[in-house]
Design a protein around this ligand. Structure first.
Ligand code: MG
Length: 395
C-alpha cells in the first residue's frame, strides 16, 4: 500500500516552521504513542491513510427499496437479472420479476455470475402474504454465501421449526439469536457481514465469521464458521476458496427478493492488512515502508534557507525505523540548528520561542520512545537554551 503523503502534509510542515506547531489536516506530530513491535502506526498517526469516502445510501421503506451506498456492487436493482444464471446448467436465470422484485420459481437455484468473498451483503425478501405450509415448508429460500453456506430464508412468523433452520440461522449450524421477522408479505431486511475461512497450507489461519442483522436486529454475532453447513449432515471445517457466487435457493416456495447489493471488504491482517495488532515481522516490515515514504517526503522539503521542516520530517521517520544514515543526518542537522540558535541576537531568538520549544518537544518525544539515545547532544543544548531564556517556567 502506498502512503498518501499529499501536498497538505508538505504544506503543514512548511507552516510548522513558520507558524509553530500547527497540526495538519490528518493530526498532530510527535503526539500519540510511537509504533511498536506489533503496531506499525503511532496512536493518532497523521501518516495513516484516511478512510475511504463512501456516500451512504437510503434505507428502504415497506413500500419501496432504499438506495445502496456509493461503492456497492448491485446484484439486483429491480429490473435486470442478466448477472444471474441457473446453478444447474449456467443458463440465464429465469426467475420472474414482479414489481421490482425477483421471485423464486420452481426451476432451480440461481447464482450470480460474479464471484466474490468477504463482503457486506444487503438484501430484502418477502414470503407470500397468503400463508401456506408450515415449518420448513413456508416461505423457504436461502442465501448461500460463496454458493456454499446458507443463511436461511424462511417465513417463521408464527411458524416454529427446528432452531438451526430458522430465518437468520447459519443453516444446520447456528440458530439466530432472535426471531425478528415481520408478517408474511412484508419485506424482511437482511444485512450480512461475511468473512470467509482462511487456510494456508491446509491449516486454518482464521476460521471465518458471519454477522447477520434481520430487520436491524442482531441474529448472528460474529459467529465462527464451521464449514459450509447443510441439511442433516454435521459440517466440517476445511479450506475455502477465496471467492464464489452468491446463490439463492429455490425451495419450491415463491419468495421475492429486492435491493440486493454487496460491498467487498478489505483484507484482514492475515491477508496483508496493516491495521490491528500484527506479528512482529509484519509490523516491522510495514514500519520500514512507512519510514521510507516519510523520508521520500522529507527529500521534497530540502531547503538550505529553512532546513527545519526537513529535519523534523526525518526525525519523524525515525519513529518507524531507526536507520543509521537518517539518524546521523538528523544529528548533524540538529547540531547545526542549535548552533544557529546560539548565534542569533537575543531579540531574534526570543521570536523563536514557540519553534524552539516545539523542537524540544520533538526531541523529548523521540527520547521517551528511545528513538534518540540518552544524552543526545542537541537535545541537551536546546534544553539549556530554554532554561536560560526562562521558557521552561509556567506562566
Ligand atoms: Mg432454505
Amino acid at each position: 500500500m502506498k502512503l498518501d503523503l499529499s501536498r497538505t502534509t508538505i504544506c503543514a510542515f512548511l507552516s510548522l516552521a513558520s507558524a509553530g506547531w500547527a497540526a495538519d489536516l490528518n493530526g498532530p506530530v510527535f503526539y500519540g504513542d510511537a509504533p511498536d513491535e506489533h503496531h506499525p502506526w503511532a496512536v493518532h498517526d497523521r501518516n495513516r491513510p484516511q478512510p475511504k469516502l463512501v456516500t451512504p445510501g437510503m434505507f428502504s421503506s415497506p413500500e419501496q427499496p432504499g438506495k445502496p451506498p456509493s461503492d456497492a456492487v448491485i446484484l439486483f436493482g429491480g429490473a435486470d437479472l442478466s448477472g444471474w444464471e441457473f446453478e444447474k446448467d449456467g443458463s440465464p436465470a429465469k426467475w420472474v420479476i414482479v414489481d421490482g422484485a425477483v421471485q423464486s420459481s420452481q426451476n432451480g437455484d440461481i447464482r450470480t455470475k460474479a464471484k466474490f468473498g468477504d463482503c457486506q451483503l444487503h438484501l430484502e425478501w418477502a414470503a407470500p402474504r397468503a400463508v401456506e405450509g408450515d415449518s420448513q415448508g413456508r416461505g423457504n429460500s436461502g442465501i448461500f454465501l460463496m454458493g456454499m453456506m446458507e443463511i436461511q430464508v424462511l417465513d417463521n412468523y408464527n411458524n416454529p421449526t427446528y432452531a438451526d433452520g430458522f430465518a437468520g440461522s447459519v443453516y444446520g449450524i447456528s440458530p439466530p439469536l432472535a426471531n425478528a421477522l415481520r408478517p408474511p408479505g412484508e419485506f424482511q431486511v437482511y444485512d450480512i457481514v461475511f468473512r470467509r475461512p482462511i487456510y494456508r497450507d491446509g491449516q486454518p489461519i482464521d476460521p471465518g465469521y458471519v454477522t447477520v442483522f434481520v430487520n436491524g436486529v442482531l441474529v448472528q454475532d460474529h459467529t465462527p464458521l464451521e464449514g459450509p453447513g447443510g441439511h442433516m449432515g454435521r459440517s466440517k471445517a476445511g479450506p475455502f476458496p477465496e471467492k464464489g457466487p452468491l446463490k439463492l435457493q429455490d425451495h419450491g416456495n415463491p419468495v421475492r427478493f429486492r435491493n440486493m447489493w454487496y460491498r467487498a471488504l478489505p483484507p484482514r491482517p492475515a491477508e496483508g492488512s496493516t491495521d490491528g495488532a500484527l506479528p512482529t515481522e509484519v509490523a516491522m516490515a510495514k514500519r520500514k515502508e512507512i519510514a521510507a515514504s516519510i523520508r521520500q517526503d522529507a527529500a521534497q522539503l530540502q531547503n538550505a534557507n529553512n532546513p527545519l521542516p526537513e529535519m523534523l520530517r526525518l526525525m519523524e521517520s525515525l519513529e518507524y525505523e531507526k536507520d543509521d544514515p537518517t539518524f546521523q543526518r538528523v544529528e548533524q542537522m540538529s547540531a547545526q540548528y542549535v548552533a544557529g540558535l546560539k548565534s542569533l541576537p537575543t531579540d531574534t531568538l526570543k521570536a523563536k520561542k514557540d519553534e524552539v520549544r516545539n523542537v524540544n518537544g520533538a526531541f523529548g518525544f523521540l527520547a521517551k520512545f528511545k528513538v534518540l539515545p540518552a544524552g543526545f547532544g542537541p537535545k541537551t543544548e536546546i534544553e539549556k537554551i530554554i532554561k536560560e531564556q526562562g521558557w521552561d517556567k509556567r506562566r
